[in-house]
Design a protein around this ligand. Structure first.
Ligand SMILES: *[C@@H]1O[C@H](CO)[C@@H](O)[C@H](O)[C@H]1NC(C)=O
Ligand SMILES: *[C@@H]1O[C@H](CO)[C@@H](O)[C@H](O)[C@H]1NC(C)=O
Ligand SMILES: [Ca+2]
Ligand SMILES: [Ca+2]
Ligand SMILES: [Ca+2]
Length: 491
């Protein structure tokens, strides 16, 4: 959203009016990546293939810094059939029989991999871009289909049946005409694809001017994947960069059962009710101190009480709480959907920009560009909404080039991750290198449940740094009168 009276009010409240536009952000990234290309970062054979699984030992997994995260397997973009060798987004699919697959975004298409039981990766083939190459490609899965959009001109929405991957013996390049279940042309380019599996809805966001939706939620009903139907548009808030849409089961009973989208709108968090596709409404528009480019976010808990929000330019622009350039996560208390409260922030020990984060079982899996995958325990929000109880419980830094300075606020390293497989394998797509399969070995929700029954604790869990002092450096001064809660109550 830009330059509406509501935004000015919100921004005035937060004391900031410095958010950038999409055009500025894209330009900055394109310039950064073209400098990288000139430096040979995407060259053929620039990176070595991984010889074997590499556990994290003493803070290192091969050339990568890590803690509590093992490197299980890896394939380079060149091993995934890409000729541009540049990655972007990633999503996962679990087949009806429980096999696990990844759809790995690259500038020239989408590569498909299977993650076997032992974590090894098999390259199965690829679906090329529908039109030209583009730095931006985004994919989400509903049921057995993957929905793929891109900033490439006239790309539209590729709809591909992932069951085609089940019987592959040699890698196959799929046809963008005969192998698609459907190709939806209701919009051309898009920046992100949002999927709401419970309602079979795809929301394309950041679509171009030809789509007539001002870059807002472009709604596509995919109840029948072979016959996608344009079913509405939310343009009132203008450009939406990314969103999460849910069937609401949170504390604000006025909206129970409604389809609610949390829209990351460049300089504000917009909460919208899209239950009625023909007349979606905006519930609230909220700015915050530090707002530079409101990028993405995810609900922090199943109770839908808190939301984590990432801003993509606050570190680079040294705005608000991110002035020290340590990756900053904003915590939003959304108990009242009409009045969200920015309740606090969490800062990573590393310097980097944050990109996409997803929450599973109380852990936020953050793809933080040059500092890699960062796993943050957010369960303390229930008792301390300021975020002061949040702490990092594991990480895998897929971009060693900036480690000597404890990171940098640059658009290098990882774009996104997929943490939702039942096996616990995590996919991490790096822009430069390729796709990583990682495994978090630190404490989990199950591990903490054991805290209540100390007799079941393994020695390792007792002696590791968890529980213990927060590893994250969190330099924001403590608010007056607020007590820092102990990180975890062990009995
Ligand atoms: C794939 O193989 C399974 C058995 O392994 C078979 O049941 C199924 O029909 C095959 N699907 C296709 C599309 O060939
Ligand atoms: C914004 O955040 C910074 C850093 O935490 C703080 O110094 C500043 O006072 C805040 N500004 C407002 C208007 O709250
Ligand atoms: Ca994305
Ligand atoms: Ca940020
Ligand atoms: Ca790094």
């Amino acid at each position: 959203m830009k330059f509406t009276p509501a935004v000015f009010a919100a921004v005035a409240l937060s004391g900031q009016a410095t958010a950038e536009t999409m055009a500025v952000l894209k330009q900055r990234k394109l310039e950064a990546w073209s400098r990288q290309a000139e430096a040979g970062v995407f060259d053929l054979n620039r990176y070595a293939a991984l010889a074997a699984t590499t556990p994290c030992v003493n803070g290192q997994a091969g050339e990568y810094k890590c803690s509590g995260v093992d490197l299980i397997s890896f394939l380079r973009h060149q091993d995934l059939g890409s000729s541009t060798r540049r990655g972007n987004d990633v999503w996962g699919w679990t087949s009806p029989a429980g096999r696990e697959f990844g759809a790995v975004g690259q500038t020239d298409g989408t590569a498909f991999v299977e993650i076997l039981k032992d974590g090894s990766l098999v390259y199965l083939g690829r679906l090329p871009t529908q039109t030209s190459s583009s730095s931006w490609r985004d994919m989400k899965v509903i049921g057995d289909h993957v929905y793929i959009g891109s900033e490439a001109s006239n790309h539209g929405l590729q709809i591909f049946d992932l069951k085609k991957l089940l019987n592959i013996t040699t890698p196959r390049t799929f046809s963008t005409s005969t192998d698609l279940t459907a190709h939806f042309k209701g919009f051309g380019n898009s920046h992100n694809i949002v999927a709401h599996t419970e309602t079979n809805m795809i929301y394309a966001v950041g679509t171009g001017s030809g789509a007539g939706c001002r870059g807002g939620l472009f709604m596509v009903d995919v109840s029948n994947p072979a016959s996608p139907k344009s079913s509405g548009c939310l343009s009132a808030g203008g450009y939406v960069h990314d969103a999460q849409c849910v069937t609401y089961r949170g504390p604000d009973s006025r909206y129970t059962g409604k389809e609610i989208c949390f829209n990351f709108n460049e300089d504000t968090l917009d909460i919208t009710d899209v239950t009625s596709k023909g007349s979606p409404t905006t519930i609230s528009t909220t700015g915050y101190n530090g707002s530079s480019y409101t990028h993405q976010g995810w609900l922090a808990d199943d109770e839908m009480r808190f939301l984590l929000l990432d801003d993509e330019l606050d570190e680079q622009n040294k705005q608000g709480p991110a002035a020290n350039q340590h990756t900053t996560t904003y915590i939003v208390d959304i108990a009242d959907l009409k009045k969200p409260i920015f309740a606090g922030t969490y800062q990573s020990p590393a310097i980097s920009i944050d990109h996409n984060q997803y929450v599973k079982d109380g852990l936020s899996y953050q793809a933080n560009y040059g500092s890699g995958l960062r796993i943050v325990d957010v369960r303390s929000l229930k008792t301390n909404p300021t975020g002061r109880g949040l702490r990092e419980v594991g990480y895998f830094d897929c971009y060693p080039e900036d480690d000597v300075t404890n990171g940098a606020a640059e658009f290098t390293g990882t774009w996104s991750n997929y943490p939702f497989f039942k096996s616990g394998y995590i996919l991490l797509n790096s822009i430069e290198r390729g796709i990583f399969v990682l495994k978090y070995t630190g404490p989990t929700l199950q591990g903490v449940a054991k805290c209540l029954k100390p007799q079941f604790l393994f020695a390792r869990e007792l002696t590791d740094e968890y529980p213990g002092p927060p590893k994250a450096h969190n330099p924001i001064p403590q608010e007056q009168g607020r007590q820092r809660l102990p990180p975890l109550q062990m009995q």
